[in-house]
Design a protein around this ligand. Structure first.
Ligand code: ACO
Length: 433
């Protein structure tokens, strides 16, 4: 790499030396800009899992996996977790700045006044089986919003995009809570404008028409914290999905619906559900922590310690640190203990001393402790990933908007190295063996 004001990286190929600019981010990370690679050399890059590939320049979230740093728009996650609230963080991510008091008041008012979903969309739930996974339901309902808001579907119309973003942030808790109510056969509970964002969600989840239900403020606060911690994580699988789908000029609702599907998988957002299932298995006595850990380390098994390891964090995930502390606080505020929390602490202790995990730099990620808090809130296990989606929504919207505003905007379309058959001739079915 040449060290000058305009650093270049040089590739020696086919008897020539070809130079590529090295670009630098505001925190000093560097990337070789290979956008002209194919034009200059005929080569493409091959990078399965995009381990070394930067897909865009982004000003939303800074993440340093080696040092365990996470910042939204420059603000450390620890400060946002302590002093901010989810709606303020949503404003920060989507509009690029913390709102003034007046701006926040207006934003909150607008969100509160768009929380109901169309009565016809409510009936859409009836068509879905009661035992559907709520992520399937949420993805379908969010996708269906594009059928209800055709006038908000133009990705290049800022007013329409803002309208779509507002409706998504406002309606997501309603859509999520209704997916739960549908699964247990209870009537939907309408949103309530006197409640704040997390309390309104808990009310829609747990209230019934037959008795008063008061939301416990400590629980609403714990939920708000979880939403903040999940609000963005730069170019993860679901965010990259939202960007890729949006790059075809698909509308915001359709793009977010695809993001929900991407988040569902157990290697991504679905890990929070998988962690609790793993801890429950150990609690039932099917495994001891030690025998389970042996299975995890045995390469003949495909068992993983769920909630451990991360593509980017090779040090503590700062969100896991905050959540571990919050687990203790929430449980003691409720005057409860949770055997699964004790098992999780035990597994972490074993892992942090075990060479298998230490040498591979595997630490708890955000999902390792989040489920313990969801359980304390009374959230059923199959709803955990839905709450992750609720939290991640402002991040998806922010990235989708940023991509459309980028002068380098292009449809996303990776290349490949073809390894299939060379040309061969078609044979009639009667001639095939
Ligand atoms: N348990 C046991 N071994 C693991 C784990 C784990 N949780 N995670 C990684 N490893 C091992 C791999 O087997 C591999 O070992 P090897 O080098 O001997 O082959 C090595 O560590 C590197 O793992 P990769 O799978 O190559 O790492 P990658 O960056 O592709 O995967 C991932 C990251 C998917 C998160 C992985 O760590 C994992 O499966 N973790 C469990 C699932 C999970 O918690 N997902 C949530 C991620 S956070 C989020 O999306 C919100």
């Amino acid at each position: 790499m040449a060290e000058s004001n305009n650093p270049q990286a040089t590739l020696a190929w086919d008897g020539k030396a070809v130079s590529f600019p090295v670009v630098e981010g505001s925190e000093g990370e560097r990337a070789v800009d290979v956008s002209n690679l194919r034009g200059q050399t005929g080569l493409v890059t091959l990078d399965p899992g995009f381990v070394n590939t930067g897909a865009c320049r982004s000003a939303i979230t800074f993440l340093d996996g080696e040092r365990g740093i996470l910042r939204y728009r420059g603000y450390p996650i620890e400060q946002l977790a302590e002093y901010s609230n989810f709606l303020e963080v949503a404003h920060l991510l989507i509009y690029g700045r913390l709102p003034s008091e007046k701006e926040f008041g207006r934003f909150e008012y607008e969100v509160k006044h768009h929380t109901m979903i169309h009565e016809d969309l409510k009936r859409f739930y009836e068509a879905l089986p009661k035992d559907s996974h709520p992520m399937a339901v949420c993805s379908a309902v969010v996708g269906a919003l594009s059928a209800f808001y055709k006038e908000l579907a133009d990705p290049r119309n800022a007013e329409q995009v803002d309208g779509a973003a507002l409706r998504l942030v406002a309606k997501m808790p309603t859509i999520a809570a209704y997916s739960y109510k549908h699964s247990i056969g209870q009537p939907f509970v309408y949103p309530m404008n006197s409640l704040d964002y997390p309390a309104d969600f808990l009310h829609m989840m747990f209230a019934t028409p037959c008795e008063e239900y008061a939301v416990e403020p400590a629980l609403a606060k714990a939920l708000d914290l979880l939403l903040i911690l999940h609000a963005d994580h730069e170019q993860n699988c679901s965010t990259s999905t939202v960007r890729l789908v949006g790059s075809s000029m698909a509308n915001l609702f359709a793009s977010v619906s695809a993001g929900i599907s991407a988040l569902w998988g157990p290697l991504h957002g679905g890990a929070n559900q998988a962690v609790i299932e793993m801890l429950e298995e150990i609690e039932r006595g099917a495994e001891t922590p030690a025998s389970f850990m042996s299975k995890v380390k045995d390469k003949k098994n495909s068992v993983r310690l769920m909630g451990f390891g991360h593509r980017v964090y090779k040090n503590f995930d700062p969100r896991a640190r905050i959540l571990k502390k919050a687990c203790g606080e929430v449980l003691s505020a409720l005057g409860r203990t949770d055997r699964l929390f004790d098992i999780a602490l035990g597994l972490e202790e074993i892992a942090l001393k075990d060479d298998y995990f230490v040498s591979r730099k595997l630490y708890p990620n955000v999902d390792f402790y989040s489920g313990i808090i969801y359980r304390a809130l009374g959230i059923p296990t199959n709803m955990f990933t839905v709450l992750f989606a609720m939290g991640r929504l402002p991040g998806w919207i922010a990235h989708w908007k940023e991509m459309h505003a980028d002068p380098a905007f292009k449809i996303g379309r990776p290349r490949q190295i073809y390894i299939g058959e060379k040309r061969r001739e078609y044979q009639a079915v009667s001639l095939r063996t």
